[in-house]
Design a protein around this ligand. Structure first.
Ligand code: NCD
Length: 310
């Protein structure tokens, strides 16, 4: 089994299949343990610092809830872009060297690609990337594969369609990398202007992952076990008109759901804007709020593993 003690969590590519299973198995055990007790004592005495330079609801609250449920404590800067000393011109590295004086582990979200790496290089405590701009979101990808495993009962022999803004969406960058560890066929459904970065697609194909690229959602749903829908990432566009032209590219609604061949699992990292009509929420395969809950278990697993207390 891999050992994540003291490690940073920066990209999805850093994980072996063995480590991915270690994290999923730990999350499952913590899920079971939380059924019996509201909180555990695993991380009593430990302190987490969360630094969020971009908006967040789920990622920040789930990390903080995870730490509290494990008996640990949290210090937090929520609107770090304006509330922390970077607003006075402090470098991210100096912020990292400061924050680590107070805590045992750091979770950071920042709009710049590579920012978590920069913090990890400066800090000696484990650093967890909670989203670096249009780069990576590895903890989301872990909760996504945990959800697929729970919903489908396996991570092999599946067709997964990733739908929407595959260019700017960090969740799909990380998720396709993790799914590449398993025997999964990928369909990238996107307008040509929002295609997955070529280096990423090329890298996955080079390791033998079967990938199809398409603009046609209606056809992709016929073959898919999982539909992973994403929002067009408005904040990554320089030209608002371009965003306006692309934002409605794909909508999952009940009429599309009628054509599902099987109990297709519908996922979304959230927040949704208009990509999944709320009428789909009552469809049994609509997994996005169960997916939110799974984020709690995965983040509990990651915190206890990097702190060596799992
Ligand atoms: C995602 C993100 O921040 O990248 N949200 C999340 O963490 N659940 C997806 C998004 O913002 O579209």
């Amino acid at each position: 089994m891999g050992d994540l003690r003291g490690k940073d969590i920066l990209t999805a590519e850093q994980f072996s299949k063995e480590e991915a299973w270690l994290i999923l198995g730990t999350a499952e055990a913590l899920d079971d343990a939380l059924e019996k007790k509201r909180s555990l004592d695993l991380l009593r005495g430990y302190l987490l610092a969360t630094l969020f330079f971009e908006p967040s609801t789920r990622t920040r609250l789930s990390f903080e809830a995870a730490m509290h449920r494990l008996g640990g404590e949290v210090i937090s800067v929520a609107q770090a872009m304006t509330a922390a000393s970077v607003a006075k011109g402090e470098s991210l590295a100096d912020t990292a060297r400061t924050v680590e004086q107070y805590c045992d582990v750091i979770v950071i979200r920042h709009p710049q690609i590579g920012s978590a790496q920069e913090v990890a290089e400066a800090a000696s405590v484990p650093v967890i990337n909670a989203g670096d701009g249009a780069g990576q979101h590895p903890t989301q990808a872990l909760l996504d594969i945990y959800t697929i495993w729970k919903e489908c009962g396996r991570l092999e022999d599946l067709t997964v369609a990733l739908v929407g803004d595959l260019k700017h969406g960090r969740t799909v960058h990380s998720l396709s990398a993790l799914l590449g560890l398993f025997d999964v066929r990928l369909i990238f459904v996107r307008p040509a202007a929002l295609a997955m970065p070529v280096e990423l697609t090329r890298g996955l194909r080079a390791t033998g992952v079967e990938i199809e690229e398409s603009e046609d959602l209606a056809t992709a749903v016929l073959e898919s076990d999982v539909l992973y829908v994403t929002r067009v990432q408005r904040e990554r566009f320089e030209d608002p008109a371009e965003y306006e032209g692309l934002k409605g590219s794909y909508v999952v609604d009940n009429s599309l759901a009628q054509s599902f061949k099987k109990r297709t699992v519908v996922m979304h990292p959230l927040p949704r804007v208009n990509e999944i009509d709320p009428e789909v929420d009552s469809y049994p395969g609509a997994a996005y709020f169960r997916q939110v809950r799974n984020g709690l278990y995965i983040r509990m697993a990651l915190l206890s593993l990097v702190l060596g207390e799992a």
